[in-house]
Design a protein around this ligand. Structure first.
Ligand code: NI
Ligand code: MN
Length: 227
């Protein structure tokens, strides 16, 4: 069984695992970095980390077309429920065995207000254990926090970390995060979408590869990685 990770640009991620397709924080429409459109993805599940527009994105349009189950926190779940969408609510620290694997919500240090001003609860990251035992940690939008060490203790194969600065961790804190998480591989996200989050991912990857045992892989939007 193979696991495929896809970076669609910004914090929009795809996962293919055990025959299931997931899209995480599906921001295609209005995303200057998006490698494709929301009409082109066909997920079974949609994960939403927090309420900001660049993460909720095209969730409703995709879910209406595909019937995908939306997995998010209780507040965003309620908001999606009012739109008539199918949801599964989880919350920070809680895990659940979905058909695609065991998904646990982790803390994220960030905000979560929804585009219409509604309360989006607390922002989250995701720690997924696939059915073949691979662990992927998708931090999504967050600042550095020391509990990343605890997430690392679970034995992470692939970590997805923001490096853009301004709204999330920048390159220096993301490097410190890599040292705490100690994953086999790390992929940087949430950079170069907008003017205020311009970064040099190759320079960052070079620092990771020099200073840690983790292998940094820089993808272009639309590129993927097997893990
Ligand atoms: Ni955000
Ligand atoms: Mn964001």
């Amino acid at each position: 069984m193979s696991n495929k990770f896809i970076w669609y640009g910004h914090a929009t991620l795809g996962l293919e695992t055990g025959g299931y397709k997931l899209v995480i924080d599906p921001f295609f429409d209005g995303n200057p970095a998006a490698s494709t459109t929301h009409e082109a993805v066909d997920p079974d599940f949609i994960l939403v980390s927090h309420g900001h527009g660049d993460h909720v994105g095209d969730t409703a349009a995709i879910a209406r077309r595909t019937g995908a189950l939306i997995i998010t926190n209780a507040e965003i779940s309620g908001w999606c429920g009012h739109l008539g969408l199918k949801t599964h609510a989880q919350h920070i620290g809680g895990g659940y065995k979905h058909p695609f694997g065991y998904l646990k919500f982790t803390i994220a240090v960030h905000g979560s207000k929804l585009p219409d001003g509604a309360d989006g609860g607390n922002p989250a990251g995701f720690l997924l254990t696939t059915n073949d035992g691979k662990k992927i940690y998708m931090a999504q939008d967050t600042g550095l926090f020391s509990e990343m060490e605890l997430i690392g203790n679970e034995g992470v194969d692939l970590a997805i970390l923001p490096i853009g600065d301004n709204y999330t961790m920048g390159p220096d804190d993301a490097l410190r995060a890599v040292k705490m998480i100690r994953s086999k591989t790390v992929v940087p996200i949430h950079y170069n979408t907008f003017e205020v989050i311009q970064q040099d991912p190759d320079a960052w990857a070079e620092r990771v590869n020099k200073e840690t045992d983790t292998k940094a892989v820089v993808l272009k939007p639309g590129e993927s990685l097997e893990f």
